[in-house]
Design a protein. Structure first.
Length: 113
C-alpha cells in the first residue's frame, strides 16, 4: 500500500493549516535529516521546526541568516526548547524548516527528504 506524502502549502499566506501541513512533513521526514540523532527523537526538534515554519510565515521568507537572531530568541522562549539547545541542533532544524518553507512558497514541491 502506497503512503501519501503530506502536501505542502503553495500559497504564501499563513494560517494554521499551513503550519500543520509543514509540521506533518517534518514528523514524517525528521529521521532522514543529517542532523537527526538516534538519541534525540522528533519531539526534541519539534519546537525548532515550528520556529522555522512560523518565523518564515511571519517574516515573509527571505534569507534565513538575516532573521537568525530573532529566530533564536523566539525558539529559546518556546515550550520544548529546553530539550535541545540552539547550538546542539535546533538551529539546523530551524534552518531546514525555514528553507523548505521557502521552497514550498515558491511552489517547488519536489524535495521529499
Amino acid at each position: 500500500m502506497a503512503t501519501t506524502q503530506p502536501r505542502p502549502p503553495v500559497s504564501p499566506s499563513h494560517h494554521p493549516a499551513h503550519t500543520e501541513s509543514q509540521s506533518a512533513y517534518w514528523r514524517a521526514h525528521h529521521d532522514r535529516q543529517a542532523y537527526a540523532r538516534d538519541d534525540r527523537p522528533y519531539e526534541h526538534y519539534e519546537a525548532a521546526y515550528r520556529t522555522g515554519i512560523e518565523g518564515h510565515a511571519e517574516q515573509g521568507g527571505g534569507d534565513f541568516d538575516a532573521h537568525a537572531v530573532r529566530l533564536r530568541s523566539n525558539y529559546e522562549t518556546r515550550p520544548g526548547a529546553q530539550l535541545l539547545g540552539w547550538d546542539q541542533g535546533a538551529s539546523l532544524a530551524c534552518r531546514a524548516a525555514w528553507d523548505l518553507a521557502e521552497e514550498w512558497q515558491r511552489g517547488d514541491l519536489g524535495r521529499q527528504t
